[in-house]
Ligand binder design. Structure first.
Ligand code: PLP
Length: 395
């Protein structure tokens, strides 16, 4: 236990906690009492690690990017989560949670999704385990994300189009919670990031912590030391960042940089820079930083990247930023696009537009020549080709 991790009450400093409806009390009590023992169980670990290796394709490579390093003026290593099965880090978490659901005797899975990435990762593991799956998705997103919707259906999941509110991620999450309240007995809710009521943020961070576990070994092999000078990751809810930082949190020599989405700019109202402009409040069951009006109405976020387009952030990140353990930089749409093209042309890697926010952060700091930076490429850019093609046409 340390000051950067969750405490026994489910808090990260003044953030976190568990704000849940009465009908789910028993579910959370059960999960909270069992999750640590289940994760630490030898049989669970064996099954989890085997699937990460043989199904996901882990360990993901740690790649020294020579040409990118020359441009940045420091040593840049890329942690290649883009090479995972289904194309991003999200599968690490959905595998962990579906194994958890099985151990707890649940037979039906629900999940929320925005762009559909978490929905696809959940539908994938449900197909793998032969579990029933319903994915809640705002109607607006259903229309925008045709390919992911069809993938989920092909995988055997039911996609429920949510028509309340703005018909996007926040509304889909509300609806998934509502559905859970109606079926607390047999249903397990697989949350897609380090958000939601305790113990979800901690549970998801633990499943994603395989990222930093691998970085330590790989960097020692390649660089002769476990510790980089900097870790950089993009932050939507914050799960790939939590995984990247996890085993380094205590080690204060390792500086942590989080890139969030500025959208058109933090001082426009078209932004998703939650940590930069957010204030304290409760969203989806935990106390964190939120984009809200003075009377507590959620401000609809905007980012070019669907995966970063969330009005809250995981309580761990609200805490790390508030106490100064992590530095936060807000990256605009244009900066992210430029970084996507830069990586593509220097290294032959087309990154997800979310990951491109982390890449753009490489130009926001004065690094020294010998600095070792590990940056997590959270996903691949296939899903973002329409966005990138738009940019081409303008050029
Ligand atoms: C979903 C997603 C993100 C944002 O989620 P986090 O929980 O903040 O990691 C980032 N990158 C990719 C590729 C994603 O699919």
């Amino acid at each position: 236990m340390n000051k950067y991790q969750v405490d026994e009450n489910g808090n990260y400093g003044k953030f976190g906690g568990s704000y849940i409806p009465e009908v789910l009390y028993q579910n959370f009590k059960e999960l909270e009492e069992q999750y640590l023992a289940i994760i630490q169980d030898e049989q669970f670990q064996k099954e989890f690690n085997q699937l990460l290796r043989d199904y996901v394709g882990r360990p993901s490579p740690l790649y020294f990017a020579q040409r990118l390093s020359d441009i940045v003026g420091a040593k840049v290593y890329l942690k290649r989560e883009d090479l995972n099965h289904t194309g991003a880090h999200k599968i690490n978490n959905t595998i962990g949670q579906i194994l958890m659901a099985k151990k707890m005797g649940k037979r039906r899975i629900i999940a929320e999704t925005g762009a559909g990435q978490h929905g696809v990762a959940t539908a994938t593991v449900c197909a793998l385990m032969g579990m029933e799956c319903s994915v809640y998705m705002g109607e607006t997103d259903v229309k925008r994300q045709f390919l992911n919707v069809q993938k989920m259906r092909m995988l055997g999941a039911e996609v429920v189009a949510v028509t309340s509110g703005n018909k996007t991620l926040k509304d889909a999450t509300n609806e998934a919670f509502r559905e859970w309240c109606n079926h607390p007995q047999d249903t397990f809710y697989i949350i897609g990031s380090v958000v939601g009521p305790h113990p979800y943020p901690d549970m998801v961070a633990r499943f994603q912590s395989v990222i930093s576990e691998e970085i330590k070994k790989q960097l020692l092999e390649q660089e002769g030391r476990e510790n980089p000078d900097y870790l950089i990751a993009c932050v939507g809810g914050g799960s790939n960042a939590a995984g990247t930082f996890y085993h380094y949190l205590d080690n204060e020599e390792v500086k942590l940089i989080e890139a969030e989405a500025a959208g058109l700019g933090v001082d426009t109202n078209m932004t998703a820079a939650t940590i930069t402009i957010g204030t304290e409040g409760v969203l989806h069951g935990s106390r964190t930083l939120l984009m809200q009006t003075e009377d507590g109405q959620i401000i609809e976020p905007y980012s070019i990247s669907a995966g970063l387009d969330y009005p809250g952030v995981g309580p761990m990140h609200a805490h790390l930023a508030t106490i100064g353990r992590a530095q936060v930089v807000a990256i605009t749409d244009d900066e992210a696009l430029a970084a996507a093209f830069e990586l593509t042309r220097t290294e032959g890697i087309i990154p997800a537009i979310e990951s491109s926010h982390a890449l753009a952060a490489l130009h926001k700091f004065d690094f020294k020549k010998d600095d070792v930076i590990v940056l997590t490429v959270s996903g691949r850019g296939d899903k973002d080709m329409p966005t990138y093609i738009d940019r081409f046409v303008q050029e």
